[in-house]
Design a protein around this ligand. Structure first.
Ligand SMILES: [Zn+2]
Length: 337
């Protein structure tokens, strides 16, 4: 080995050791639009979703997690996932639109102040992030955290302001190929992956309809490919966690009534390195309360598991601190073992 190569190898090892202090090195968060727990469980029980069944068996999870209290639509709930904030009220991120952002508009310009995200914390610690989405409106995450609109990096070495290293907008089959290719060659330490197929089928044909169920079966296949990658890739194996959740459920051809259990009841699974399989409410008995069919608001001392836990939980799994200004799981006390 050439001396400088040895130095580089040592440097790479040193960086690898110092960047991650505990838990996983990589987290992949998958959100499946419109994945209501009722529909998921029915298909799992019928043996139609083998990979979700695998996930249910091996994860710390629940089918009784909650969407945001006020709003059960797509982009606002996903903005909650990446910022670990509610949507409304002063502490919220305030993104209520569900369409492509207008030119020049960001999460920050809409709120009137900077809204840090999971991408900020991962990037500012010198790690890689990526967003994959099947709907164009997810460009909101790219433009809000790009080299122009992302906050200066004041953590350790300056890694620049662009917080999202990789952004891909494609249909779900191509998207899955892209996730697998990138995670194999240049893995993102935090990858956010969004599939819109089931929601589209729900809006056209109804939640629980044959096309909706068929879309979930297709999603199960993509999930299986991602789970296979995580359990077999030499770099990812044993060092990666997968989070799977949804933005909302639905009924008929709609999901926008935030007071309906069928709209706000969603799954939340954590699978992979350092995770002990079990019910998330049992594991977190002192800090999270199983909500039954109820709709707890944000004043609950022991809140339900929510999709907005994604950001701070992912950081906790990576051994990184919580998102500045966030409120959901800000103490990072949602445990997965
Ligand atoms: Zn949605």
């Amino acid at each position: 080995m050439m001396p400088h190569m040895k130095t580089m190898t040592l440097l790479a090892c040193w960086l690898g050791c110092c960047l991650v202090t505990s838990g996983a090195d990589y987290v992949v968060a998958v959100s499946i639009d419109g994945l209501g727990s009722t529909y998921l469980q029915t298909l799992v029980d019928a043996g139609k979703l083998p990979h979700f069944k695998h996930l249910e068996t091996e994860s710390a999870g629940t089918t009784n997690a909650r969407a945001d209290f006020d709003i059960t639509v797509t982009l606002p709930n996903h903005t909650s996932m990446i910022t670990s904030r509610r949507i409304k009220e002063p502490e919220g991120h305030h993104w209520t639109s569900n369409t492509d952002p207008a030119k020049g508009v960001t999460i920050h310009s809409n709120k009137g102040s900077y809204v840090p995200s999971v991408f900020d914390v991962v990037h500012d610690h010198g790690l890689r992030t990526g967003v994959w989405g099947t709907k164009s409106k997810f460009a909101l995450f790219k433009v809000s955290y790009d080299a122009l609109h992302g906050a200066p990096d004041e953590t350790g070495p300056d890694n620049g302001r662009n917080k999202v290293d990789c952004f891909v907008y494609a249909k779900s089959s191509v998207l899955t190929d892209s996730v697998i290719s990138m995670m194999t060659t240049q893995p993102c330490h935090f990858a956010f992956v969004y599939f819109g197929d089931a929601d589209a089928a729900g809006h056209t044909h109804g939640w629980g309809s044959e096309p909706y169920n068929a879309a979930l079966i297709t999603m199960d296949g993509y999930l299986g490919r991602i789970m296979d990658l995580i359990s077999t890739d030499s770099r990812l194996k044993g060092r990666t966690d997968l989070i799977v959740t949804a933005d909302h459920g639905g009924e008929g051809k709609d999901h926008s009534d935030a007071t309906k259990p069928i709209d706000y009841t969603i799954p939340f699974y954590v699978w992979g390195a350092g995770v002990t399989p079990g019910d998330l409410y049992t594991v977190n008995a002192g800090t999270r309360k199983e909500p039954g069919t109820g709709r707890p608001d944000y004043s609950e001392q022991n809140p339900p598991v929510r999709n907005s836990d994604v950001g701070n939980l992912a950081l906790s799994l990576l051994g990184l601190p919580s998102i500045p200004g966030s409120a959901i799981d800000v103490k990072q006390d949602l445990k997965v073992k």
